[in-house]
Design a protein around this ligand. Sequence first.
Ligand code: SAM
Length: 216
Amino acid sequence: MTAILTALANLSIASFGVLLGFKGTLRAQHNLQPQPLPHQFAGLLDHPWRLQALDPPQVLDAYGVAAGMTVLDLGCGVGVFTCTAAHMVGASGHVHGVDLQAAMLALASKRAIAEGVNGWITFHHCGAYELPLSDDSVDVAMLVSTLGEIPDKPAALNELRRVLKPGARLGITEEMYSPSYMLPGNVRRHAREAGFQPLASADGLFIHHEIFINAK
Ligand SMILES: C[S@@+](CC[C@H](N)C(=O)[O-])C[C@H]1O[C@@H](n2cnc3c(N)ncnc32)[C@H](O)[C@@H]1O
């Protein structure tokens, strides 16, 4: 009996070690070569466990999203935050959802129609470095678990500075279980180097939020 228990304990420790090693390798690979979350994993983005830990209305409220605003969701994925933003800005506002992957945008568009907010969302199939938006046109931009997936972070942040109005806000949220997770200090350094001023931050055990002002 003791031998079986010992064997089981050793097996658990070994499995945990393998998992930890796998996660570490995946994260190191993503840091060296950032890449988008494959659309085959889209189901993870609106999984109830995720949305329990990361409540979209609460996050967007902290970013300062309000009625009548123009909001940009860069790396919108399946549109969880895009549609929430659309409910919050209402018919007098507008939301732009941007993503590199057409398959993600198709799911986001389906969600917007189902939630009846497609009238005030425009989805753009493009990358972060050349946004199809005018200068000084956005009130709040957000990157939820997206900055780490973008290879040229300074280029993306400079482009965000261009489209954000002077004094507008940039909200960045990072989730530790994402392979592209960025540490708070890393996010702050990139944003500061691009010319954003820190406004607020909230560090949780697995998730952290950073809010910046577009100082022009
Ligand atoms: C981890 S998902 C997060 C999706 C969404 N923000 C959310 O939290 O539910 C990141 C998304 O960013 C997109 N993405 C990654 N790099 C991008 C880039 N350079 N330009 C535009 N979208 C990008 C990916 O295709 C993916 O859909």
